[in-house]
Each structure stands twice: as C-alpha cells, then as structure tokens.
Design a protein around this ligand. Structure first.
Ligand code: NAD
Length: 471
C-alpha cells in the first residue's frame, strides 16, 4: 500500500494535519493507497501561492510557457506505464485501453497546447482596437474520478498555456495521478505556486476553493448535482465558470443504417470504462419494427463483455470505481426491472466468481419507456436502454427529451440524412456512424451537461479574458 503523506503547495511538499483518506483497488476492494485530507487552511495557503505566482507567470513569454508544457509532456510519456496501471486499479478500466486513453489522452491534450501556443493569436486587431487575450487569473480546478488525469490535463494544460495559475483538487476516489502530476511539476522546475495540488473531500477542499475570494475561475468536471452547487457559490462574487457535467446520450439508429454495426458501435461506446463515461451512449433509439432484432444483436454483443481483472490484457469489461458506484448501478438495474423494462442481458446480481471488487454485469434493457427513471437518469455503469421510435421526428424528440445534452450519435447509410438529424440534436457533439473522437474539437454540453467547452482552442479561450485597447 502506498501512503502519500504530503500535498504540493508553492513548489513544496506540505504535511497535513487532517484525516487520512483511503483509495481502493476497484478489482479487489482492498486499500491500495492513502492520501491526506486537507481543508480550508491548506486551500487558503495554495490560493495565496497561486496568486503570488500569477503576477509573474501571467507575464512569461509564450515560448517559455510552451517549453514548460513540452517538458511536462516528456514526463507524462516517461511515466505512462505507471499512470495506466494506477488508473486501471483505481477506476477499473482494462489495462490496454487505460494505456491508450488514461495515459495517452493527457499526452495528446498537453501536446495539443504545446502546438497551439505557436499559432494562437493572443493579440489581434479589430478596427482601431488592439484586443489582448489576458489570462483569467487563479483557477480552481475540481475534477472527477472516471478519467482522472485526462480531466486534470484538460484544465491544467490550457490554464498554464493561457498564463493562469492553478489550485487543483482531484477526486478523492482516484487521486493518485494528481500526485504524479505534482511530482512532474517539481521535476521540470515549474515556478513555485503555478500548480498546487490539494487533496481532500468536496465538503472540505472543494467548498473552500469555490468560496475563496481570490479564486477568479472554477473549472469543474463532475456530477450535475455538484455543478449546481458550484454555480451557486460562484455567483456570490461572479467567478468565471466552466462546467462539464453528466449526460444521458442517445444513439439514433435510422432505418437505413447497418443495424448490426450500429448496435455494436453503440454498445462499445456505452460500455467503455464500464459505462463510467460522461459521453456514454446509454440510450439506443431504434425504429419500432427493428426493436426485437436490435435486442437480439445487443444481447449477443453484451455477452462478449465478460467482467474480469482490469490488469489482464484480454479483459474488455473491468469493475466500477467504488462500492458506492457498484451499489448505485445495481440499484438502477433493479429499478429498470420494476419499471417493466425487458431485461435482455446481464442483471443486478454479482457476476459469477467475482464477489470481491466492484463488478457489474454487462446489462441491456429493451422496451424502455423514455420517461422512466432508467430512460432519464445518468446510471454511470454498463447499462444500455433500448427504446423504440415511430419516425425521425419522434426519434429526435426522444433524444432531446432529457435535461442533459452532452453527446449523441446518428447511424445511417445516407450522410445528408444523418447530418440533418445530427443538427437537430441538442448536444455538444454528435458522432455519425463511426466518426472518430477528435481531441481538437470543442468538448462540452448543452443544458444540464455543462457550460463552456474544453479541448483545442475552445478550451484555451475559457481561460482568457479579452481586453480591448482603443488607439
Ligand atoms: P462529483 O460531482 O461527485 O465529484 C466531482 C468533484 O467535485 C470531486 O473532486 C469532488 O470531491 C468534488 N466535490 C464534491 N462536492 C463538492 C462541493 N460541494 N464543492 C466543491 N467540490 C465538490 O462527481 P464524480 O462522481 O466524481 O464524477 C462522476 C460525474 O462526473 C458523472 O456525473 C459524470 O457524468 C461527470 N463527468 C462529466 C464529464 C464531462 O466532461 N462532461 C467528464 C467526466 C465525468
């Protein structure tokens, strides 16, 4: 078991006089590490350090910030094996995918900002005005557990690129890669106070950060419930806000789609990271006359997702990140049955031979009422809901019929038809057929899924305030 004793503030490691928090191995339920539980005093120290550092960091030449980000990227590459294994154990993602996504995406994001710093127009002219894009200031970054380092770098890399300084509060459920990042900041000799890492629970560290008067912006990824609380706190002194929250994304399979490929593609997406993905396509919408056939295909595809040890190369479905999450997902499966949906695959009981750890069976429901709880609420586990629609208008109405609006998909043989339906979906992104994830494209949501966008130049702009100088 790894015991992390100190947090990282102002370029120094500080002991914390607070409770110890345990981090659990998702596959065994055993304690794999412990971290300090900090509080308001440490947040205040970290924010003050970030404020001091902002004075000089905000004025560093762009090429200097680029050099630090490039050095950070090198270190992330060097430590990618360790990062992949750590997140596989914390969160449950199978190791092969974890290498590509949990360790790979932070590198992609950091690399993108290294490139962007060469081209981004920090100064431009509009008529008789010079427009300067100035850094927002001290950023409080609050992150969840499902893609822990990816979500951290989607904030830290653009914030540093913009000239902001950061106080990071990682999720207490999967915090270990945040400490790897702190070690990297130390190794590359990032100036003290530019990045500070304060671990602890939301009630203590999170609340202190969102209420701190010297924090200029909160960049948050997590549940809609916490986002709501943060928006209220930020309103108190008009902090800038970026919120990335939950989803209940719909995959619309049109009548002319390759049904087999569409069902398979939807399930692969839905079960990624055991369904612990904010953009997961958890609602599959099919023409009523194809419903039963879609259920049959879905059951066969789900059968290939046998839960297993995430550290084994061949595993396709790992456990969930915590016992709380496992119990919540199993409860939703029971709710689905009570609501009268048809259980097509999986179920609420523990998978055979896996009663330790946080495993849930790959589950599919057919005949799901779009207005039911499993049709409306974010489950965050390997659970797919299949719903029937009458015609395209009905499909779009069902797709748009939740408070969320994060992602979606359309499957069709006809590109124009697919684009038309995609354009009617009230979501931040839509995948057509097997459209590839694009790390330069804006990432974020409509409605209760979020405010603002991450990634690429859109993510950088979130950390900048335009200033107009009239000449
Ligand atoms: P969560 O809201 O419980 O926690 C997220 C972070 O907020 C954690 O660091 C937590 O400690 C902190 N927090 C909790 N209460 C707080 C408070 N009162 N004040 C300040 N901070 C507080 O979410 P989670 O369970 O860690 O993550 C899962 C959720 O994240 C899902 O709903 C998922 O959809 C969402 N998510 C969204 C995206 C996206 O980009 N849209 C990406 C990943 C996850």
């Amino acid at each position: 078991m790894k015991a992390i004793e100190r947090i990282y503030i102002d370029g120094q490691w500080h002991a914390v006089d607070g409770p110890r928090l345990e981090v659990h191995d998702s596959a065994t339920g055993q304690v794999m590490a412990s971290i300090p539980g900090a509080g308001a005093a440490e947040v205040d120290q970290a924010v003050k350090a970030a404020r001091r550092a902002f004075a000089s960091w905000s004025r560093t030449p762009v090429q200097e910030r680029k050099a630090y980000l490039a050095a950070m990227l090198e270190q992330l590459k060097n430590r990618s094996g360790e990062i992949a294994e750590t997140v596989s154990r914390e969160v449950g993602m199978p190791i092969k995918l974890s290498g590509m996504i949990q360790a790979g995406m932070p590198q992609v994001t950091t690399g993108n900002y290294v490139k962007l710093l060469d081209e981004f127009p920090f100064t431009e002219e509009v008529g008789n005005s010079v427009i300067q894009h100035a850094p927002v200031g001290v950023v409080g970054a609050i992150t969840p557990w499902n893609y822990p380092l990816h979500q951290i770098m989607l904030k830290v890399a653009p914030a540093l690129a913009a000239g902001c300084t950061v106080v990071l509060k990682p999720s207490e459920i999967a915090p270990l890669t945040a400490f790897i990042l702190a070690e990297i900041c130390e190794a590359i000799e990032l100036p003290p106070g530019v990045v500070n890492v304060v671990s602890g629970v939301g009630q203590d560290v999170g609340e202190a950060l969102i209420n701190h008067p010297q924090v200029n912006m909160i960049s948050f990824t997590g549940s809609t419930r916490t986002g709501h609380r943060i928006a209220h706190a930020a309103a108190e002194d008009f902090k800038r806000l970026a919120l990335e929250m939950g989803g209940k994304s719909a995959s619309i399979i049109l009548s002319d789609a390759d049904l087999e490929a569409a069902v398979k593609g939807t399930i692969n997406n839905c079960y990624l990271n055991s369904g612990q993905t904010c953009t997961a396509l958890t609602r599959m919408l099919v023409p009523a006359e194809l419903h039963d056939q879609a259920c049959e295909i879905a059951a066969a595809v789900a059968a290939k997702f046998a839960p297993g040890n995430p550290l084994e190369e061949t595993t396709r479905l790992g456990p969930l990140a915590s016992s709380m999450q496992r119990d919540k997902v199993r409860e939703y499966i029971r709710i689905g049955q009570e609501e009268g949906a048809k259980l097509v695959a999986g179920g609420a009981e523990a998978p055979e031979g896996l009663d330790q750890g946080y495993f849930v069976k790959a589950t599919v429901f057919g005949n799901v009422d779009p207005a039911s709880r499993i049709g409306q609420e974010e489950i965050f586990g390997p659970v797919l809901s299949i719903m029937s629609y009458r015609d395209e208008d009905d499909a779009v109405e069902i797709a748009n019929g939740t408070p969320y609006g994060l992602s979606g998909a359309v499957w069709s043989d006809d590109r124009d038809r697919a684009l038309d339906v995609a354009g009617r979906m009230r979501t931040g992104q839509v995948f057509v057929n097997n459209g590839k994830f694009n790390p330069w494209a804006p990432f974020g949501g409509f409605g209760h899924s979020g405010l603002g966008r991450e990634a690429g130049k859109f993510g950088l702009e979130e950390f900048l305030e335009p200033r107009a100088i009239q000449l």
